[in-house]
Design a protein around this ligand. Structure first.
Ligand SMILES: CC(C)(COP(=O)(O)OP(=O)(O)OC[C@H]1O[C@@H](n2cnc3c(N)ncnc32)[C@H](O)[C@@H]1OP(=O)(O)O)[C@@H](O)C(=O)NCCC(=O)NCCS
Length: 243
């Protein structure tokens, strides 16, 4: 598909906010407002839209300016690609455009958090961009996020766990992985196919396994995919001197 990635104009933030909300399954309460994305983008953040040839918005990415360990960073707060256009490389194109814009500003690290069960997102981040999964935050947003799937306000509430993802934009700074054999943790292939109790089971079992493997000094470096068998695994390797 012919694609243009660019910073959106003021009104396009509305479509971006809608796409983000629907792709992330956020309730109205949890949605990121269009005005906030515009205001923070003007103050050192970055909103990017991916537009099809006819001008339709098919992807969106949003990050705010941040600072940690004495360095300017971007804190990415949302990436979304419209359902019919997933797995076409649009997410990757948006993240690479984010990387280019960051480097132009002298920013060399982007961080964000992600749902540990979001296999396609983790495959993009870890296997294709070279970002690293470095931490597990159980119930990070439990006190403040709705947690009910959209349209099911009385359904089973899912714990709002996130994993921490760090993307060092300069290859030379990227964490090298050691030579110990990697460990694999299975993830659900398609979250949308899970019943609420199945979703909760996956949440708790991946939480338990992942926390133990991370505590051994490993970090997430990729997602293996067997599309025929409809299975996928998070790959964790020892964080150490280059192999
Ligand atoms: C995450 C998201 C933005 C990725 O966008 P995208 O345009 O589909 O991404 P890409 O096509 O660049 O890469 C996706 C990768 O995941 C793979 N993938 C697809 N389904 C998968 C699955 N069930 N399990 C593991 N990997 C999967 C794709 O095959 C592709 O990898 P490949 O290039 O090796 O084939 C999109 O899936 C989305 O909007 N999801 C809902 C919102 C979300 O989870 N956002 C991230 C919040 S942190």
């Amino acid at each position: 598909m012919e694609l243009t990635i660019r910073e959106p104009d003021l009104e396009e933030h509305l479509a971006g906010a809608r796409l983000l909300r629907s792709c992330l399954g956020f309730s109205e309460r949890d949605a990121v407002p269009a005005w906030l994305m515009h205001a923070t983008a003007e103050a050192g953040g970055l909103a990017l839209g991916a537009f099809a040839a006819d001008g339709t918005l098919v992807g969106w990415s949003f990050a705010v300016a941040a600072r940690s360990e004495g360095r300017d960073e971007l804190l990415s707060c949302g990436l979304a690609v419209a359902c019919p256009h997933r797995s076409e490389g649009i997410g990757r194109a948006l993240k690479l455009a984010q990387r280019s814009a960051a480097l132009e500003r002298g920013v060399e690290r982007i961080r964000w958090t992600a749902d540990p069960l979001a296999a396609p997102a983790l495959r993009l981040y870890l296997s294709h961009l070279g970002a690293r999964l470095t931490g597990y935050r159980a119930g990070l947003y439990d006190p403040i996020r709705d947690g009910h799937p959209e349209g099911q306000p009385d359904g089973l509430r899912l714990p709002q766990d996130d994993v921490e993802v760090v993307w060092d934009l300069r290859e030379s700074e990227r964490t090298r992985v050691g030579t110990d054999p990697p460990v694999r943790v299975e993830l659900p292939f398609r979250r949308a196919d899970l019943s609420p109790p199945e979703h909760l089971d996956w949440r708790l079992s991946v939480r338990d396994r992942l926390r133990r493997v991370l505590a051994e000094g490993r970090i997430g470096v990729g997602v293996d995919l067997d599309a025929t068998a409809r299975r996928c695994w998070l790959v964790l390797a020892v964080d150490g001197p280059g192999a």
